[in-house]
Design a protein around this ligand. Structure first.
Ligand code: 3PG
Length: 218
């Protein structure tokens, strides 16, 4: 399996991708520890703050967390993410330049796609697992199911507006590879260094995935 394929398999095995906004890289190690302690050693660190690249570097260097970059909008940010040790790159939409730079850097690209045309564009770039974002306002689980129907080999990572109350709706769809969300890593708790509380939320989220193996790759 290629390195990118291996990363994709790991994301599918965990089923959840915590979407993290770090205001200060000083919180990165504590957050990583909380994720590991909660049983979900995965993080999508978003390039919405200046602390993103350094946070990725700190988390990736531990070696016990599958760290990716989120909200990646440009090839330059792909380079920053790859240089920092990110194993995957998530974008809110589909950018050929971003996907191609990911290929050049050997990191998995997970671009956003919520229409049939966007999925077809992703397939043309060799991408068959896409982020379905923003899930809640793009039609929710019903839209994922409808969009999956004509694309047998395509898998989705719905993100945006998902939480404990509606997680099952998405995880029960066979075409759903994993679900992303920020509910288990609230920005204020992370900034305040309340990592025990983060660990509890992460563990609760992991427990909720227990009964949903529908989309899990074996
Ligand atoms: C993202 O960047 O993927 C979203 O902001 C996460 O969405 P959520 O905060 O609604 O979970």
């Amino acid at each position: 399996m290629s390195p990118a394929g291996d990363v994709l398999a790991q994301l599918g095995a965990h089923r959840l991708v915590p979407v993290v906004v770090l205001d200060d890289a000083a919180a990165a190690d504590g957050l990583a520890g909380a994720l590991v302690a909660g049983g979900l050693p995965v993080a999508e660190v978003t390039f919405r703050t200046a602390a993103a690249a350094e946070s990725i570097r700190i988390m990736a260097s531990r070696g016990d967390v599958l760290v990716g970059a989120g909200t990646v909008l440009t090839p330059d940010q792909v380079d920053q993410a790859a240089d920092a040790g990110a194993a995957y790159v998530v974008s809110p939409g589909l950018s050929r330049a971003v996907v191609e730079r990911c290929g050049e850097r050997g990191v998995l690209a997970l671009p956003g796609a919520v229409t049939a045309s966007e999925v077809m564009a992703a397939l043309e770039l060799g991408v068959s697992t896409v982020k379905f974002f923003p899930a809640g306002t793009s039609g929710g689980a019903a839209a994922v199911k409808a969009l999956a129907a004509p694309f047998g080999g395509v898998r989705f990572v719905p993100t945006g507006g998902i939480g404990p109350a509606n997680l099952h709706e998405y995880l029960s769809i066979p075409a759903v590879h994993a679900v992303g969300g920020s509910w288990m890593v609230p920005r204020d708790l992370v900034s305040a260094g309340k990592f025990d509380e983060v660990t509890a939320l992460v563990a609760e989220a992991v427990a909720l995935t227990g009964s949903d193996s529908g989309g899990k790759e074996v």
